[in-house]
Design a binder for this molecule. Sequence first.
Ligand SMILES: C[S@@+](CC[C@H](N)C(=O)[O-])C[C@H]1O[C@@H](n2cnc3c(N)ncnc32)[C@H](O)[C@@H]1O
Length: 281
Amino acid sequence: MEMTPALFAFVADLVYREAGMVLRPGKEYLVESRLKPVAKETGHATVGSLANALRTGSTSLRTMVVEALTINETSWFRDREPFSALTDTILPDVLARNTTGPLRIWSAACSSGQEPYSIAITLEKALPPGRKYQIMGSDLSEEMLRRSRAGRFNQLEINRGLPATDLVTYFQRAGAEWEVIPRIRQNLSFQRVNLCTTLPPMQKFDVVFLRNVLIYFEPETKRAVLDRIRQVLNPGGWLLLGAAESTVGIDSVFERVPVGRTAIYRAPAQERLKVKEVTQC
Ligand SMILES: C[S@@+](CC[C@H](N)C(=O)[O-])C[C@H]1O[C@@H](n2cnc3c(N)ncnc32)[C@H](O)[C@@H]1O
């Protein structure tokens, strides 16, 4: 293995500065195996030579390296319970307060799109007929955004949690793959958002899914990300985290609401704290 401690430390520092993700020693093999294809693609014989180029290199090379090191694991209706909570607890509450406008949901760190499309399918089933909704999916990785926008999934991906009834109702064949039907896709948009930097201007949301991304961040970064999310939530809006994530010990402003075997989080009805913005990870 050519991943020396110094090389690993250099890459880990880059990924931390650019994306807030913490790569701890022990991940040398992962880093090397992910960076070898990048080295090859960019004409470098070794990962070491790629790292040397990074020291003086372009933003696009840094972006390629950081993207190659993101963990994009996802599946349909991941963990199930957040989607039941959306139907049973969140939607009745949001619909009672927002009686006319389109429902707005953000899937932050959406990976290849299974999460925002799972949200769309849930809304298709649960919303009163004619009620409009908008879902924004975002990720750090342009490759994940390209795949999310395409809304196309191979059979292996489909097999990871998509019920057969949803497949026949909300997808159409696209060669060997399956594509989300246009009627659903028109409600989704995708844009690149790095959660570790100041958020771009965006309209407020009723619900934010921020799932399985905080686990890669340090407590300070988690706190800053939660602050930013709160500022783009409507008063009383809802936050859903991954099964291994919580706001406990990080944020005391969100109210923890237990539902089933999980918990969801509610922003204050009125923003109580003025938050000092941290602009970088
Ligand atoms: C494990 S996936 C989670 C996908 C989905 N939310 C789920 O729970 O199935 C984590 C995603 O976070 C993205 N990510 C990592 N760091 C990020 C950052 N600083 N800003 C935005 N997205 C980030 C990665 O590109 C990856 O697609």
